[in-house]
Design a protein. Structure first.
Length: 194
């Protein structure tokens, strides 16, 4: 299952191939059956994930500085495609762990799995997320452009849950209740001010 503004490329049939390979640009949730004869791999622009029968989420949008892989069940191995050093370029995840790949280095930590897969349950889930990250999600989901009139607002932190079924003005209204930012809709543009 792929999230908004995502693409998943794969062969028409895996039957004749010795392994199963897909390419992801964006975010997707995978449930992969274990098959030792036909390994499964997910390629993103900066990492290769080897899947050992599992449920996991990969967030690899091109407009983000990081790639997150969150494991819910099973196990996956991650290798950095373009390492920046020889340290922390591979990781094995256990259920409930998340890898964050940033600048060619992997960091593994405990994951909030509910937050990682909230999108597939029709929710925006914010947990001390900066406004810039939140607005990128809103931009992809509602197909709108974000314009910052005050760059400092990008770094404001928000927590909460909002249904993706609501229209964009309702989501922005909930964010503005904090008083940290104001939003104006002008056509397909969302203007963000302090």
């Amino acid at each position: 299952m792929a999230n908004a503004a995502s693409s998943l490329t794969y062969p028409v049939s895996f039957a004749a191939l010795k392994d199963r390979r897909v390419e992801l640009n964006g975010e997707a949730y995978f449930e992969v059956a274990k098959d030792k004869k036909h390994p499964f791999f997910v390629h993103t622009s900066n990492q290769l994930i080897e899947v050992f029968g599992t449920h996991f989420n990969v967030n690899a949008y091109a407009d983000q500085l990081y790639t997150k892989t969150t494991l819910l069940e099973g196990s996956v191995g991650i290798t950095v495609s373009k390492p920046s050093s020889v340290n922390n370029t591979q990781a094995m995840l256990k259920p409930g762990e998340q890898s964050i790949l940033n600048n060619g280095t992997i960091r593994v930590s405990a994951a909030n799995t509910e937050a990682a897969v909230a999108w597939k349950n029709a929710l925006f889930y914010f947990e001390n997320d900066d406004l810039d990250d939140i607005m990128k999600r809103i931009s992809r989901w509602y197909d709108v452009k974000i314009v910052y009139r005050d760059v400092l607002t990008k770094h404001e932190l928000f927590s909460g849950r909002v249904s993706r079924a609501q229209n964009v003005s309702e989501v922005l209204k909930m964010l503005s209740l904090t008083g940290a930012a104001k939003f104006t809709i002008e056509g397909r543009d969302i203007i963000v001010t302090k």
